[in-house]
Every structure is written in structure tokens, then in C-alpha cells.
Design a protein around this ligand. Structure first.
Ligand code: DQA
Length: 142
């Protein structure tokens, strides 16, 4: 079974981006760690990042068309703005687990609304990179 792991805008800059909030691991470090976890769980991951909202929509559609088991989605700032992502999650009828490195609820008010969270089956927030592994365990248990 394959789990799509989709990452949104600015997450390509992890490692140097606001390390006080996001830590010093790069996205490549997270991908490598998650690959290990996937092997333990007997899953495959398809790990991607884009800065473009519509590309995330296309990848959600693709997850359905290839029969992915689930999607881990860190939509980054689009989490808090994108009705298009909410509609895509509803449309694909696949379990989507919302992931964030930080806990948006502990940050600025404009991060408190999550459109992704309206349709996601579960969420993992505030655990840093380890949150991706926790989310993959949740996906494996679905
Ligand atoms: C984030 C939280 C979002 O509010 C923010 O816009 C990000 C990263 C996280 O992983 O903590 O870019 O999704």
C-alpha cells in the first residue's frame, strides 16, 4: 500500500526556515526518516513538496486515481486559506491526515482555522518531524 505525503509552500526551506519554530531538520531528512518508518510498517510512501496550491489539488486527485491507501497532508499556509483543498479532500473520498510540525493553535490567530481539518480524518500537530511518523502509524492502522 502507498501513502501519499504531500507538503505545501515554504516547506522546501525547512532546515533554515524559522528554526526556532520548525527545527533544523530539512525536508529531505524528514523524507529519509519517514522512509525508514514506512519500511517498518510495510508501506510505501510517495513524498512530495510544492509551493503551488493547484498542484496540491492535482496530487490529491492523483492519490485517488492511483488507489493510494491514505494521504498525509501538511498544506502549510494553504491549510488556513484554501477552500479548494477542503473541496478536493471531500471529493477524493480517501482518508487524509492533517500534519503540522508546529501547533498552529498555539500561534497567531490567523492559523487557528484549518480548512484541511474540516475534512481530514485525523491530525498530528506540534510534534516536529516525529509527527510525520506518528501520522504514518495512524494511516497504517486505518
Ligand atoms: C505549518 C504551520 C502553518 O501554519 C504554516 O503556515 C507552515 C507550516 C507547520 O508544519 O507547522 O508553513 O504547516
Amino acid at each position: 500500500d502507498t501513502v501519499f505525503v504531500l507538503n505545501g509552500p515554504n516547506l522546501n526551506l525547512l532546515g533554515t526556515r524559522e528554526p526556532d519554530i520548525y527545527g533544523s531538520d530539512t525536508l529531505a531528512d524528514i523524507e529519509a526518516m519517514l522512509g525508514e518508518k514506512a519500511r517498518e510498517l510495510g508501506l510505501a510512501i510517495d513524498f512530495r513538496q510544492t509551493n503551488h496550491e493547484g498542484v496540491l489539488v492535482d496530487w490529491l486527485h492523483e492519490a485517488r486515481s492511483v488507489g493510494a491507501k491514505a494521504v498525509l497532508l501538511n498544506a502549510a499556509a494553504y491549510t488556513h486559506t484554501s477552500i479548494a483543498l477542503l473541496d478536493a479532500i471531500k471529493a477524493i473520498e480517501l482518508p487524509v491526515i492533517e500534519v503540522h510540525l508546529s501547533d498552529p493553535a498555539m500561534r497567531e490567530g490567523f492559523r487557528h482555522l484549518s480548512y484541511v481539518g474540516i475534512a481530514a480524518v485525523d491530525e498530528v500537530k506540534g510534534l516536529g518531524p516525529r509527527g510525520y511518523a506518528v501520522a504514518l502509524e495512524k494511516a497504517a492502522a486505518l
